[in-house]
Design a protein around this ligand. Structure first.
Ligand SMILES: NC(=O)c1ccc[n+]([C@@H]2O[C@H](COP(=O)([O-])OP(=O)(O)OC[C@H]3O[C@@H](n4cnc5c(N)ncnc54)[C@H](O)[C@@H]3O)[C@@H](O)[C@H]2O)c1
Length: 348
């Protein structure tokens, strides 16, 4: 009979069920606000992090990506996919899980679902950027693409940027109906639109959040008036964009980590000399954000590992004193660290 695992074997694990309980316990707007601040705090420590474009494995149907980073004390990675045709099979376009570890021993600190956490951190990142770059009086957002990410984006923009009205459009009216229903009672005025032109009417922020494995034109140049902030999150893979390149010619473009965005973002359409600003420089004061009320600002978002690192560390902090996790014995822990085989043998 094998001895029970020692306490050193156990790592907290947050299941989807516990993630949902945690979000309801603390409240989604509070979680999004705190997550935004956690990501911003890490963006302000930008130079401390190891940074590399994520490792992507492409296939006909989609992509599977590993997103690692470390600040020297903690190490994190996320496993995430992007399969636009998945929803037709009853599967999600984006599903993820991730791990946080200690750098000094290499032992994990946390294993968690990250499908919900990715939606939360993507919305928090969008809001972190919009609160610096969008017009200060922005109250209306167009939301083009009403799938899994949509409601998270809307609620973050309400909680952090002060958006009061969200105008929804999706090529599939069922997605728009779903998002409108889910946002009932959120305190956001929701307008379901039949065209993207209708959705952008009066909006100071346009979020594009569609999934297609193609160079799509979700927004064309004539749709984007002066002063708009575009939060473009759906174009995040080689061969997958949402904006007509003429918009990029008129916009001032901000990115997460330039080497990754050159490969994956809207700017893959432009040549290598197209100017971009890494957003952390706006936070640190090195570069000005919006400099003119008529300027078009574009956040060419693809999702970067530091945002997941921040989300994992934030989550670990929130677990303290709660029951929103299970202990999994992930790490083999023999009495004598060198007697791994003996531990196996004694379990026979
Ligand atoms: N930047 C980031 O950090 C980040 C994070 C998560 C997801 N994403 C990306 O965001 C996109 C959306 O993710 P999701 O999980 O919401 O996907 P989803 O499949 O749940 O929803 C996508 C929606 O877009 C709609 N759509 C497709 N083409 C459209 C068009 N031409 N006009 C209007 N609507 C259209 C679909 O009908 C669907 O409802 C994906 O491409 C995903 O890879 C980016």
């Amino acid at each position: 009979m094998a001895p029970p695992p020692s306490p050193l074997a156990f790592i907290p694990f947050v299941s989807v069920e516990n993630m949902m309980r945690l979000v309801h316990h603390f409240g989604i707007e509070a979680v999004l606000r705190e997550l935004t601040d956690a990501i911003e705090a890490d963006y302000l420590r930008w130079s401390r992090f190891e940074k590399a474009p994520r490792l992507a494995s492409h296939s006909q149907e989609g992509v599977i990506e590993l997103m690692p980073t470390s600040d020297g004390d903690a190490y994190a990675f996320k496993y995430v996919n992007g399969h636009p045709s998945n929803t037709a099979k009853g599967l999600q376009t984006v599903a993820a899980f991730g791990l946080l570890a200690r750098v000094d021993t290499g032992y994990p600190l946390l294993l968690t679902e990250m499908t919900l956490l990715t939606a939360l951190r993507t919305a928090a990142t969008s809001a972190m950027v919009a609160r610096r770059l969008a017009a200060a009086d922005a109250r209306v957002m167009a939301m083009i693409g009403n799938g899994a990410q949509a409601e998270f984006q809307a609620i973050a923009m309400k909680a952090i940027v002060g958006i009061e009205e969200v105008r929804l459009y999706d090529i599939d009216p069922a997605a728009t109906r779903k998002a409108a229903r889910n946002l009932e009672g959120s305190g956001i005025k929701v307008v379901a639109c039949e065209t993207s032109q209708d959705a952008i009417e009066g909006a100071q922020i346009i979020t594009t959040c569609t999934a297609d494995k193609a160079y799509a034109t979700i927004l064309s140049d004539n749709m984007v008036g002066s002063g708009i902030h575009i939060n473009a999150i759906g174009g995040d893979c080689p061969g997958k964009t949402e904006l007509h390149r003429d918009i990029l010619d008129r916009a001032t473009t901000f990115v997460e980590f330039e080497p990754q965005t050159r490969i994956e973002g809207e700017i893959q359409q432009m040549d290598a000399s197209y100017p971009v600003t890494e957003f952390w420089k706006v936070l640190s004061g090195e570069v000005e954000g919006r400099t003119d009320p008529r300027q078009i600002t574009l956040f060419d978002s693809v999702g970067f590992a530091i945002e997941d690192f921040s989300a994992l560390r934030y989550l670990l902090g929130k677990l303290e004193g709660t029951e929103f996790f299970q202990q999994l014995d992930i790490i083999a822990d023999p009495d004598d660290p060198r007697d791994l085989f003996g531990m196996l043998q004694r379990a026979a």
